[in-house]
Design a binder for this molecule. Sequence first.
Ligand SMILES: [Zn+2]
Length: 284
Amino acid sequence: MKLVRIIILYGMLGLSLMLFWNAFLRNPCRDVVQYDIGIFDERFNMSREDFIHQIQLAESSWEDAAEQEFFEYVPGSDFKVNLIWSDEQERLYKGNDLEQTLGTQQGSIESLQNRYQSAVNRYERSKKEYEQKLAQYEDDVTYWNSQGGAPEEEYQALQDDAVSLENKAGEVKTLLAQVNRIAEENNQKVERYNDNVAVYNNLFATGHEFDAGNTDRTEINVYSYDGIDELHTLLVHEFGHVLGLDHVNDPASVMYYLLNEQNQKGVLTDTDIAALQSVCNLSS
Ligand SMILES: [Zn+2]
């Protein structure tokens, strides 16, 4: 149901700044980059410890591939990893809440539709019984009329049948009212459900690209992620930029410019590793 949510994971820094960094500052392939947490927005519902843990998992992707240290979490370091709240994250959370609401509403509609079906069955059974009794009664009346009238005993029995028929008709009417009540309730629920579907689709109506994170290689900014895998991919990608890697053309690679189904687990591909080896002059 969720419409396209295209994500540009990672803005690139201005080229001049990158050259400046490369020319005058450390070479991150050689010197360990120490980082700290800078801005940390708690609306992401993640603890600081978990965020640090995710960053460490991301850095180790590159470090395991190269079998050397690149990054280290050292409180007080100038290099900051920032977790910054964004409209996109707001939209995402609203969408997730709505998904839950829609799930609940759907369950409630399904159980109501079961109740509706049972009510219809009860009504139809009762109506059938009524019609059979009525037919029998009419046959009896016709018979006795053709005989020029019923004897006292039969007449009384027919009176009793008439009363019983009236009661049965009342029961049928009550059951029908129940069916209609449930149908009405169902319609209201379906209407509310559809309203929420419209709101939900509207949230993601335009396939939009946005910056989920970026780096100028003096800091990493994280703006939005949907689940831990996306955060991981994003962090690995930004650390790749800090190491000096550019984007690659392989959509399955972490260093591809978009987060997509192929790279969403953040696993480095041969292309990513070849880029690392090339940029950091590692022997393959
Ligand atoms: Zn990028």
